[in-house]
Design a binder for this molecule. Structure first.
Ligand SMILES: Cc1cc2nc3c(=O)[nH]c(=O)nc-3n(C[C@H](O)[C@H](O)[C@H](O)COP(=O)(O)OP(=O)(O)OC[C@H]3O[C@@H](n4cnc5c(N)ncnc54)[C@H](O)[C@@H]3O)c2cc1C
Length: 642
C-alpha cells in the first residue's frame, strides 16, 4: 500500500538515521509475522509469541547490539530502532524479545566475559536457549539493592550456591519463567568468605531438556495478567542451587582462580550501579516501545477521524467528517505532535547510547547523563503513551472498543510499561537527584539524605547539560528576542526560553529546599526531604520537556526538504505551545506571562490544529506504522449472522 509523498517525507525525517533499518521492516515483514490475533487465548498467545520471536531471530531482525563474533548484526542504537518497529506490530512479541534478547542476552553481553559470550550468546540470540532476567523479588521491586536472594561462594567445591532465604526472596513477574525459560540471569547478594560484595548476577539453569524444573528450582506461573498475554511471566525460587564458578557474570567482579574476590570497582555501591547502568538500553527500548504503541493507535484514530462522518452541516445535505470538529483536532493533533517530538528525542537518545557505549567507560559522567535522560524519557513516554492510546480509542467511538483493530489490546499491553524497567515515579526522583548533584554522584541509588546534604546551589541554570542542538538554539533565542511581542508566541526561541525558565526555576528552588531540609534537626530531616518529593517529580518532567524540545529543533535542522521542514515547524509549534498550555497554571503562578498571553496561547493551539488539519493524513503516515499492520475500526464490524 503506497503512502503520499508528503507522508513519505515526514516518515523519512522522523526515522532520521534509522530510516533504512525501519524501512526494511516495512518492506519485508508482513502483518502475519508481527500482528497478533486479539482473540487468541493465553496459551495460544504464548505459542504465537515464541514462534514469531524465533522467526524474527532467524531473519536477523533482533540480532543488533550483540557482538558480531556471536552473530550480532548491528549497533545497540539499531537494536532500539528494531524494538520500536516490532512494537508497532505487537507489544507481547516485543517484550518477549526484550526479555530474551535485551535483558537475558544483554546481561550476558554486558556483564559477562568472552567465555559467557561464546558459550551462551548464540543460543540467546537464536532462542535455542530461552532465558530470564530474574531481578525483581516479591519483597523488593523498585528497591533492587535490597533483594534477598543470596549467591554464596563455596571454596570447597569451587561453586556458587544460589538460594532464596525467605518467601519474599522469590523472584516475581519474571518474563520467560512460567513456560519457556531454560536458564535465568539471577540477581543476588554475593557472599565470599562471609564478606558481602553486593548484588551480582549468576546464570542458573532452571529447566532441563524436557522442560522440567531443575533440582532445587521451584517455578510458578502468574497466569492471566492485565495485558501482555503472550509473555509467560512467573516466579522462581532457589533451594541451595549450585552452579560452577564460570556461571557468575563476572566482568565487574567475581572469585578468581586464587579463591579471592576481585573487582575493578572498589565501592560496592558504585559497582552495583555501574552494572545496572550497562543495562540502560532496556529502559530506552521500553520508552520507545510504548511510544510506538501510541503511534499505532493515533494512526488508526486519525484515519478513522478523516473517514467517519457524524451530523449534517446546517442547510446542507453533507455529513461532517469527525476531523472537521475542532474538538476532534484538539484531541488528536497535539498527541500526534508529541509523538513526533518524542520520536526525534528517542532517535537522539539511541545515538547518545551508542556514543557512550563506544567510549567503553561505564560510570563516566557521560554515562550518568545518558542514564538520567533514559530514565526521564522512559517515564514521560510511557505515561504519555497511555494517555494518547486512550484518547485514540475514544476518538474512534464504539468501533475503537472492538478488539479487532487492536487499540484496546495495545492499551492493555502498554499499561505495565509505566512500571517495569523502573517505576516512573521512582525514575523521576532519580532524574531530579542527578540534576541536583550535577551528574557527579553514582546514578541510581535513592539516598535522598545524602543528596540533600550534597546539593549544590545550582543558580542560573548552570546544571543544564547542553544538547547537540545548542548552537541552533542560541540562534533561535536571539531571533525571538528581536521579535515584537505579538509575534513571539510562534517564535521557537520564545518556546525554548519558556521551557528553560520552567526547568531552571523548579530545579533551583528544589535545590534550595533540599539544602534547607538537610539542615533540619535530625528527627525532622526525613520529613522535610519527603516534603520535596512532588517538587522532584516536577523538576524531572520539566527537564525532560526541555530535552525533547531541543531534540525536535535538531531534527528539524537536519531535515533537508524545505516543504517537510515547514510542516515540522508547525508540528513543533504545536508540541511546544501545548506543553506550555498544559503547564500554564505554573507559568501564571510564576508570572512568566500574564492571563492575556495565556489565553493567546490557547487560541494559538486551536489555530495550529486548524492549520494542520489538512495535513492530518500525511502526519499520521509520517508516524511510520506500516499500513498493512493497521486494522481500521470500520473493518471491525463482524459479518451479519444469516
Ligand atoms: C508484566 C511484568 C513483567 C515484568 N518482567 C520482569 C522481568 O522479566 N524481570 C524482572 O526482574 N522484573 C520484572 N518485572 C518487575 C518490575 O520490574 C517491577 O514490578 C517494578 O520494578 C516495580 O516493582 P514493584 O512491583 O515491587 O513495585 P514497588 O516497588 O512496590 O512500587 C509500588 C508503587 O510504590 C511506588 N514507590 C515505590 N518506591 C517509592 C518511593 N521511594 N517514592 C515514591 N513512590 C514509591 C511506586 O511508584 C509504585 O507506584 C515485571 C513486572 C511485570 C508486572
Amino acid at each position: 500500500m503506497s503512502i503520499s509523498p508528503t507522508g513519505e517525507g515526514l516518515r523519512r525525517a522522523l526515522d532520521g538515521p534509522f530510516h533504512d533499518l525501519k524501512q526494511r521492516w516495512r518492506d519485508e515483514v508482513s502483518a502475519d509475522e508481527v500482528v497478533r490475533d486479539t482473540a487468541l487465548s493465553m496459551e495460544e498467545a504464548r505459542d504465537w509469541t515464541l514462534d514469531r520471536v524465533k522467526k524474527l531471530a532467524q531473519r536477523d531482525f533482533v540480532t543488533a547490539g550483540f557482538p558480531s563474533a556471536q552473530g550480532g548484526t548491528g549497533t545497540s542504537a539499531e537494536s532500539v530502532a528494531n524494538f520500536e518497529m516490532m512494537a508497532m506490530g505487537d507489544l507481547s512479541l516485543t517484550i518477549k524479545s526484550g526479555v530474551q534478547h535485551g535483558l537475558f542476552g544483554g546481561a550476558i553481553t554486558n556483564l559477562g566475559t568472552q567465555y559467557h559470550h561464546e558459550t551462551f550468546l548464540p543460543g540467546a540470540i537464536n532462542v535455542d536457549l530461552p532465558g530470564c532476567f530474574a531481578m525483581t523479588e516479591l519483597g523488593h521491586g523498585s528497591d533492587v539493592q535490597s533483594i534477598e536472594t543470596s549467591i554464596t561462594w563455596d571454596p570447597d567445591t569451587q561453586e556458587y550456591v544460589v538460594h532464596s532465604p525467605s518467601p519474599t526472596a522469590t523472584k516475581a513477574y519474571i518474563g520467560n519463567a512460567a513456560r519457556d525459560g531454560r536458564m535465568a540471569a539471577v540477581f543476588g547478594q554475593l557472599w565470599v568468605d562471609d564478606e558481602h560484595q553486593g548484588v551480582h548476577v549468576a546464570l542458573v539453569p532452571i529447566r532441563d531438556e524436557d522442560g522440567n524444573p531443575m533440582p532445587g528450582v521451584t517455578i510458578g506461573d502468574h497466569g492471566h495478567k492485565g495485558g501482555l498475554l503472550g509473555v509467560d511471566n512467573g516466579t522462581i525460587s532457589f533451594e541451595h542451587v549450585r552452579v560452577p564458578r564460570s556461571m557468575l557474570l563476572d566482568r565487574y567482579g567475581g572469585v578468581g582462580e586464587d579463591g579471592a574476590y576481585h573487582s575493578p570497582i572498589e565501592s560496592k555501591n558504585a559497582r552495583f550501579f555501574t552494572m545496572l547502568g550497562t543495562l540502560v538500553r532496556g529502559r530506552i527500548c521500553v520508552g520507545g516501545g510504548a511510544a510506538s504503541g501510541a503511534r499505532k493507535a493515533l494512526a488508526i484514530a486519525v484515519h478513522h477521524g478523516l473517514n467517519r462522518r457524524q451530523f449534517r452541516r446546517a442547510g446542507l445535505g453533507e455529513e461532517i467528517p469527525l476531523f472537521d470538529y475542532l474538538s476532534h483536532q484538539r484531541r488528536l493533533l497535539p498527541h500526534v505532535a508529541r509523538a513526533y517530538a518524542y520520536g526525534f528525542a528517542q532517535n537522539e537518545l539511541a545515538q547518545q547510547l551508542q556514543r557512550v557505549l563506544d567510549q567503553e567507560d561505564p560510570g563516566s559522567p557521560a554515562s550518568r547523563e545518558l542514564e538520567t535522560r533514559a530514565a526521564g524519557m522512559k517515564a514521560l513516554l510511557t505515561r504519555w503513551a497511555l494517555d494518547a492510546i486512550q484518547e485514540a480509542r475514544e476518538a474512534c467511538g464504539g468501533a475503537g472498543y472492538m478488539s479487532d483493530n487492536g487499540i484496546t489490546m495495545t492499551r492493555q499491553d502498554a499499561d505495565i510499561f509505566a512500571t517495569f524497567e523502573g517505576d516512573n515515579t521512582v525514575l523521576l526522583q532519580l532524574v531530579a537527584k542527578a540534576l541536583l548533584l550535577e551528574y557527579k554522584s553514582t546514578w541510581g541509588d535513592m539516598d535522598l539524605r545524602g543528596t540533600a546534604s550534597k546539593t549544590a546551589k545550582l543558580i542560573g541554570g548552570a546544571f543544564m547539560e547542553r544538547t547537540t542542538a545548542r548552537s541552533a538554539i542560541d540562534r533561535l533565542v536571539a531571533v525571538a528576542n528581536r521579535k515584537p511581542e505579538s509575534e513571539r508566541l510562534r517564535a521557537r526561541g520564545w518556546h525554548v526560553q519558556m521551557f528553560e525558565f520552567r526547568e531552571s526555576h523548579i530545579v533551583e528552588s528544589l535545590a534550595a529546599r533540599m539544602r534547607a531540609a538537610s539542615k533540619q534537626p535530625e528527627d525532622q530531616r526525613d520529613a522535610a526531604i519527603n516534603a520535596c518529593q512532588m517538587h522532584m517529580i516536577e523538576a524531572a518532567k520539566a527537564h525532560v520537556d526541555r530535552i525533547v524540545l531541543e531534540a525536535f529543533i535538531e531534527g528539524i535542522e537536519e531535515t533537508a526538504d524545505d516543504y517537510i521542514k515547514a510542516i515540522l515547524v508547525k508540528v513543533c509549534d504545536l508540541y511546544a505551545l501545548w506543553t506550555i498550555e498544559q503547564n500554564r497554571a505554573w507559568y501564571l503562578e510564576h508570572e512568566a506571562f500574564d492571563p492575556k498571553k495565556s489565553k493567546a496561547i490557547t487560541a494559538t493551539v486551536d489555530a495550529l490544529c486548524g492549520e494542520l488539519r489538512p495535513r492530518a493524513k500525511e502526519l499520521a503516515e509520517g508516524l511510520g506504522v506500516p499500513e498493512s499492520w493497521q486494522k481500521h475500526p470500520t473493518e471491525a464490524v463482524p459479518p451479519i449472522i444469516a
